[in-house]
Design a protein around this ligand. Structure first.
Ligand code: MV4
Length: 449
């Protein structure tokens, strides 16, 4: 097992990783920018290294500075968390070239899944259902028109180097297709340096359901069930649940099985998430994330498995500590992402936190690096806390979430707590009756009365 891990991240996820290390008797090294010197992740770590000024490009994305920090502190491994360098294949290989273990998948798998055309082609070949569309890149406009007629309009043009909603064009009819393909290609080239685009049937009212997987790199792959992440605004998730209100145990087993078989033949290593659109009882692969995800705690609550601990064990060369039969799904969990933003128009609200009082009690977990007197910085992501609530049933979970949101006191800055309080009162939400478009409409209705 590792003696010391460098955590190449900040905020709540740096703390989350630190906690797993502490419980495993592993020493931690925090890295931080100049403005993060008094951050909680720095205070708790055994050692810390300043890696640059506030802009992430010069600190949390500064590969030479992070490698140097790991070298001078003698760290055996680096955990990248999410965001920043977590899905940078180049970073993963540089880490390994320095004899340091990268806690995550191989650089090749990160690169494969980062290329949306290559990953779709690969997973389709491995038996995962994909959205009907072009097989590979769209090059020829006449061929594109043929495919669009076959699958039916509307279609969606996506950038191969995109992902997470960046670089997409909806096409309603044949006359718009050529212009949209050109526009998508030009935009993709400017944004990502790669003009490759592909085409898919546009699904009108899907849910976003993702499957958590973990592999040992030798063909053993298990799944930890699904998360429903349909509540998003501008491709930012706001609330996630495990399990999905739309899925039962049989549905979960079926898609989980398909996911495990496919990733087993890839010899997938460490944690990963396969994202699907789910419409009319069918799953359609869209993307795979090769990192620990923000919303992993809801999976931990219903399975009892510590995903970060398991990541660290796998990275150290241990086999999976459980088999598929050992994984059971009990109760229901919901995560509310608390952002330092206005609940009405989502304008960022950085600044000093005056009062800070967290909810507690049975079934309540708060993953946050906030403390009274801390000042939320304008330079980074506005996520300041994840309120994660467990209940024996979805209804118990919702009742508990009501009271936990009521207990939570953060003053000095605006937060998304009031928005969450309204969402969980809505009858559609209570019934689990929502899709990827629901939140945008809810937010609009909430402001305009
Ligand atoms: C789609 C889609 C409908 N049809 N693909 C957006 C983010 C990226 N991961 C894929 N996205 C979508 N792909 C087809 N063929 C609708 C979306 C989409 C979306 C997906 C998940 C969660 C929220 C979303 C919001 C708008 C659009």
């Amino acid at each position: 097992m590792f003696d010391k891990i460098l955590i190449a991240n900040r905020g709540e996820i740096a703390l989350r990783i630190h906690r797993a290390c502490r419980e495993m008797g592993i020493k931690t090294v925090a890295v931080h920018s100049t403005v993060d010197a008094d951050a909680m992740h720095v205070r708790l770590a055994d050692e810390s290294v300043c890696i640059g000024p506030a802009p992430a490009i010069e600190s949390y994305l500064n590969i030479p500075a992070i490698i140097t920090a790991a070298t001078v502190t003698n760290a055996d491994a680096i955990h990248p968390g999410y965001g920043f360098l977590s899905e940078n294949a180049n970073f993963a290989s540089i880490v390994e070239e320095h004899g340091i273990c990268f806690i995550g998948p191989t650089a090749d798998h990160i690169a494969l899944m980062g290329d949306k055309i290559a990953s779709k082609t690969k997973v389709k070949e491995l038996g995962i259902p994909v959205v009907p569309g072009s097989d590979g890149a769209v090059r020829d406009i006449d061929r594109a028109k043929e495919i669009a007629e076959e699958i039916g309009y509307p279609v969606l043009i996506k950038a191969s180097a995109g992902g997470g909603g960046r670089g997409m064009q909806i096409v309603q009819e044949r006359s718009e297709l050529e212009t949209a393909i050109q526009k998508a290609g030009t935009e993709a080239l400017a944004a990502f340096g790669d003009d490759a685009v592909y085409m898919e049937k546009f699904l009108q009212k899907p849910r976003h359901i993702e499957i958590q997987v973990m592999g040992d790199g030798n063909g053993e792959v298990v799944h930890l069930g699904e998360r429903d992440c349909s509540l998003q605004r501008r491709h930012q998730k706001l609330l996630e649940e495990a399990g999905s209100p739309a899925l039962n145990a049989d549905g979960r087993d079926a898609i989980g099985d398909v996911a495990c078989k496919a990733l087993s033949s890839l010899n997938y290593r460490n944690a990963g998430t396969i994202e699907f659109l789910y419409e009319d009882g069918e799953f359609y692969f869209i993307e795979m994330n090769t990192r620990l995800q923000v919303e992993h705690p809801v999976t931990e609550m219903v399975t009892g498995i510590d995903v970060v601990r398991e990541q660290i064990k796998l990275a150290s060369g241990a086999p999976l500590s459980f088999s598929q039969e050992d994984v059971t799904f009990t109760g229901h969990a919901i995560e509310c992402r608390i952002n330092a933003e206005s609940s009405d128009d989502f304008t960022p609200s950085p600044g000093p936190v005056h009062t800070y009082h967290t909810p507690g009690g049975l079934g309540v977990r708060v993953d946050s690096a906030l403390y009274a007197g801390y000042s939320v910085l304008p330079h980074y992501d506005s996520l300041i806390s994840k309120l994660v609530v467990y209940g024996a049933s979805r209804n118990e979970c919702l009742m508990r979430l009501h009271r936990a949101l009521e207990e939570y006191v953060i003053t000095g800055i605006e937060t998304t707590i009031p928005l969450h309080q309204d969402i969980i009162k809505d009858p559609d939400f209570v019934n689990g009756d929502y899709n990827i478009h629901w939140l945008e409409k809810f937010v609009e209705g909430r402001i305009n009365g």
